[in-house]
Write a protein that binds this ligand. Structure first.
Ligand code: ADP
Ligand code: MG
Length: 243
């Protein structure tokens, strides 16, 4: 059912995650003890108002930032033990990222942007090109491979970002407001692509959004308010779970 992982092992297990910004009087607790399990193949929306802690939570889950307290297990492994190269390798091989602001390098070609994770992983040039073109073909952007990233429309940019997220065959795609900068028709296309990847390739999809329609399409919604989970409609009773 869930690939090779035993069904009892969550792909992501967050236990009482705490994260603060600043120090002293300026200290602000953005996450105040957040716990849940995410199973492989789920699509999960993290929902809440602006400032509720959604992006902070996603950055912690994606190992872009470390929590101040609590425990984060990835496929049963304690992520606190990951440092330096091992941390970068895990992030690069396991995750794909789709952010609202695209984060494409303007003066590079579309193909160069898409193969960046492969360059980081040390994949040889020919193989990079082959896999980059395959990802672009999947997103129907092969004809734009040699164009500069700036020459793309908003929807094409986000498709290029998805191609880049896919190029490493990730287990999890993290999307932070992936349709936030797109008109609704273009946004719908991007949503369809993300959900097709989830359904057809079993890629776990974790999407931060304040778009109710996008959230409704996910298997599950985790609502956050002021750094705490208020409701989680996909939670399973967990032994020793923190309320
Ligand atoms: P959301 O994504 O739900 O809008 P964030 O996770 O970005 O919320 O932010 C949660 C809270 O943490 C907000 O009050 C925000 O102002 C604060 N915050 C986020 N990033 C920083 C930072 N780098 N320094 C200080 N405060 C931050
Ligand atoms: Mg945010």
């Amino acid at each position: 059912m869930n690939g090779t992982a035993p069904t009892s092992t969550a792909l992501i297990a967050a236990r009482n995650i705490v994260k603060s910004y600043g120090t002293g009087a300026n200290r602000f607790e953005a996450l105040k003890g957040v716990s849940f399990d995410i199973r492989e193949g789920e699509s999960v929306a993290i929902v809440g108002k602006s400032g509720s802690g959604k992006s902070t939570l996603m950055h912690v889950l994606a190992l872009l930032d470390s929590p101040d307290g609590g425990e984060l297990l990835l496929a049963g492994q304690d992520t606190a033990r990951l440092r330096g190269r091992a941390l970068n390798r895990t992030r690069n091989r396991t995750f794909g990222f789709v952010f609202q602001q695209f984060f494409l390098t303007a003066n590079q070609t579309v193909l160069e942007n898409v193969v960046l994770p492969l360059r980081i992983a040390g994949v040889a040039r020919g193989e990079r090109r082959r896999r980059g073109m395959a990802a672009l073909e999947q997103l129907q952007l092969a004809d734009k491979a040699r164009n500069k990233a700036t020459a793309l429309s908003g929807g094409q940019k986000q498709r290029a970002v998805i191609a880049r997220a896919l190029v490493n065959d990730p287990r999890i795609i993290f999307a932070d407001e992936p349709t936030g900068n797109l008109d609704s028709a273009t946004g719908a296309v991007v949503e369809d692509i993300l959900f097709a990847l989830n359904r057809e390739h079993g890629i776990t999809l974790i999407v931060v959004t304040h778009d109710d329609d996008l959230a409704a399409r996910c298997d599950r919604r985790i609502h956050i308010r002021d750094g705490r989970i208020t409701t989680d409609d996909g939670a399973r009773p967990t032994e020793g779970a923190v309320a």
